[in-house]
Design a protein around this ligand. Structure first.
Ligand SMILES: NC(=O)c1ccc[n+]([C@@H]2O[C@H](COP(=O)([O-])OP(=O)(O)OC[C@H]3O[C@@H](n4cnc5c(N)ncnc54)[C@H](OP(=O)(O)O)[C@@H]3O)[C@@H](O)[C@H]2O)c1
Length: 309
């Protein structure tokens, strides 16, 4: 007599994650594993032995070295996946060329869904030339929209974490919040962790639309001033540097003086992001999709500032 068999638990979906060794990629991998997904992390051969790859293995991800120049190699690495998530970062060679090979591989391997490495403000309506990195995302978007695969872009505004670092808005030294244009323009901010958690949930959700828009907090410059004051217990003021026209001129001057065209984030690139946000052109349209996965508790600006006092 044969032993009665219990049905095997339904196999967990396999998510193929490119750029898994990056800052956002590592967080997405963590949240995918926490949500029960199998993760296949695609890494460059030279990154296979690094600390990030080791951390991925410790989390239970399968780490696979791939030749990102080979569609055939990428296709092999995509076999069996239910969704490809790209958290790659770079310029044209990555955002357009490498992601196109990854897209071709996903289609060839029969993967039904693709989440590109967008993770940004709403670049979809911006005029060409107003932001070099967003132009590249729109270029890839045109290819993605033609491909026989279900695509979902996650638009999350600015990473809130940047408010305590790279973004020059909140200046603790002089206790001022710097801005151009209007102090009342609503701006979208989401922490990297919340973005990663939402992306993991979206990767496991077969019914996502073309765009998902999220913001941990929508805050104006005036609100940032109140948040900085409350978080630090020290009174912050506003400092209007000038108009958006002046910021546009500063971008042109900086680009001429420090072209650094091969850098992903040269100084003028950060200024272009600021211009897109402060002008409202890259504002996420509402309603936002924050409530789509109710388990996610959105981190507010005040908490991020308080933790970095
Ligand atoms: N909204 C915002 O405020 C904001 C801010 C920052 C970033 N982002 C976005 O978040 C996404 C991820 O950025 P990140 O900061 O996490 O990037 P990151 O830390 O620089 O990681 C980039 C990833 O891409 C991989 N990569 C780089 N060049 C590659 C190549 N030639 N071939 C294959 N893989 C390559 C890296 O692999 P290796 O480990 O092998 O180098 C790494 O895994 C991007 O879309 C970025 O624009 C958004």
């Amino acid at each position: 007599m044969t032993e009665p068999t219990t049905p095997a638990p339904a196999a967990q979906p396999l998510i193929v994650l490119a750029g898994a060794t990056g800052a956002l990629g590592l967080l997405i991998a963590h949240h995918l594993r926490r949500r029960g997904a199998n993760v296949r992390a695609l890494v460059r051969p030279q990154s296979k032995t690094g600390a990030e790859a080791e951390s991925l293995r410790l989390q239970g991800a399968e780490v696979v070295a791939v030749d990102y120049d080979s569609v055939a190699d990428l296709t092999r690495a995509c076999q069996g996946g239910s969704c490809v998530v790209s958290a790659l970062n770079g310029l044209r060679d990555i955002i357009v060329d490498t992601q196109t090979r990854l897209l071709e591989a996903a289609v060839a391997a029969g993967i039904p869904r693709f989440i590109p490495s967008d993770f940004s403000a709403d670049f979809t309506r911006l005029p060409e030339g107003s932001n070099r990195n967003f132009d590249l995302r729109r270029e890839f978007q045109r290819r993605l929209n033609q491909a026989p695969i279900q695509a979902t872009s996650i638009l999350n505004g600015m990473f809130m974490d940047l408010l305590t670092g790279q973004a020059p808005l909140i200046q603790p030294g002089i206790r001022r919040v710097l801005y151009w244009g209007s102090a009342d323009q609503p701006l979208d901010f989401t922490t990297m962790v919340d973005t990663a958690d939402f992306t993991a949930a979206a990767a496991l959700d077969a019914t996502t639309p073309r765009y998902l828009r999220i913001a941990g907090e929508v805050a104006s410059i005036r609100q940032l001033k109140a948040d900085a004051t409350a978080a630090t217990g020290r009174s912050f003021g506003l400092l209007r540097v000038g108009s958006l026209g002046l910021l546009g001129t500063l971008i042109k001057i900086t680009k001429t003086l420090v072209p650094a065209e091969d850098d992903v984030f040269p100084p003028w690139q950060g200024m272009q992001y600021l211009h897109n946000m402060l002008s409202g052109q890259a504002k996420l349209t509402e309603p936002l999709d924050n409530a789509r996965y109710p388990s996610i508790q959105w981190t507010p600006v005040r908490k991020v500032l308080a933790e970095n006092r």
